[in-house]
Design a protein around this ligand. Sequence first.
Ligand SMILES: NC(=O)c1ccc[n+]([C@@H]2O[C@H](COP(=O)([O-])OP(=O)(O)OC[C@H]3O[C@@H](n4cnc5c(N)ncnc54)[C@H](OP(=O)(O)O)[C@@H]3O)[C@@H](O)[C@H]2O)c1
Length: 327
Amino acid sequence: MGFLLKSLYGQLFVTPPVPTHDFSGQTVIIIGANIGLGLEAARHIARLNVGHLVLGVRTASKGETAKKDIVSTTGINEQSVSVRIVDLSSNKSVIAFANTIQAEFKSVDALLLNASILPFEFATTEDGVELGVATNVIGTFLLALLMLPLLRSSSALSGKPVHLSIVASEVHGFTTLPEKKHPHIFTALNAKDSPDFADRYNVTKLMQVLIARELAKSVDSDKVILNFLNPSLCHSNLTSTTKGFASFIVESFKYLIGRSTEVGSRTLVHALTIGKESHGQYLSSCKVEEPAPFVLSAEGATVQKRLWDELSEILERARPGILSNIA
Ligand SMILES: NC(=O)c1ccc[n+]([C@@H]2O[C@H](COP(=O)([O-])OP(=O)(O)OC[C@H]3O[C@@H](n4cnc5c(N)ncnc54)[C@H](OP(=O)(O)O)[C@@H]3O)[C@@H](O)[C@H]2O)c1
């Protein structure tokens, strides 16, 4: 079955199982945990006896509201849930968040990089980067790399691999990254008049898949299991940025075939519990699946390496020496 048919089959006919994993004694961090799939994944993990849950959010009040909601619906002790601020679109904020976590926690058993945006109009960040690329790609991997040393030392403490999971999407298969025709892909993605901007969310999700695959090659899966997953089309706030006909189409599809937020969130929890067979792999409907054909093609391999090289330079500029965190 082709990639798109398989994705559609999962969407229509597979209901991810209710998570039953026991998170006792574990510290779990979820980025983008105040709403949507991140909030529902946090609720499952709170219900499943987590030792400590960190809600990584960009607005303190939204984080506190989510914490109250999780405490009241699961009965988890409120001391076991912390709200910490992180804005993935700001390098400064991501670095400050990583420093806070390293200072407060001697061990982290799972980090779920869930936050993303669906950019509908061109906008740039304080770092001068297009917002979608900044949030979904640069901020996401900046945080991943900053956290790797703590994740490795946590694995040494527990004697088991810990999890680093990225919430990607099946829409990585809806594009082949038109900006690859330019000599520098990240520079091309910063062009305000890009004719391909309607494709931007898909592009950032493809970039997540390619970069995560490349990073996974250098990460020891006996210590850190790095995987990326597709929750399928779900009800959430994600598409609230869309307007006009695009909004009509996406809302109609969600209404007709979308998973509920809670059901979709089960796939996020699953990624944090699956074993080494998921390292460097794409998960869909709670199974390791092949990613889109472009990812597996010779051209995809070349683009994967180019993206990694370009991103490495960007991350080194943001935090000199960061690449030495990888091994
Ligand atoms: N829903 C779907 O159909 C679907 C399908 C495939 C993949 N996904 C992926 O699933 C993940 C979760 O999305 P969702 O559907 O749950 O969307 P959502 O309801 O919009 O939730 C996104 C979360 O990310 C946070 N966030 C956004 N920008 C951020 C930033 N710069 N820094 C920190 N946090 C930020 C949001 O915080 P605020 O509340 O402050 O905005 C919110 O907590 C995303 O990676 C998305 O691409 C979703």
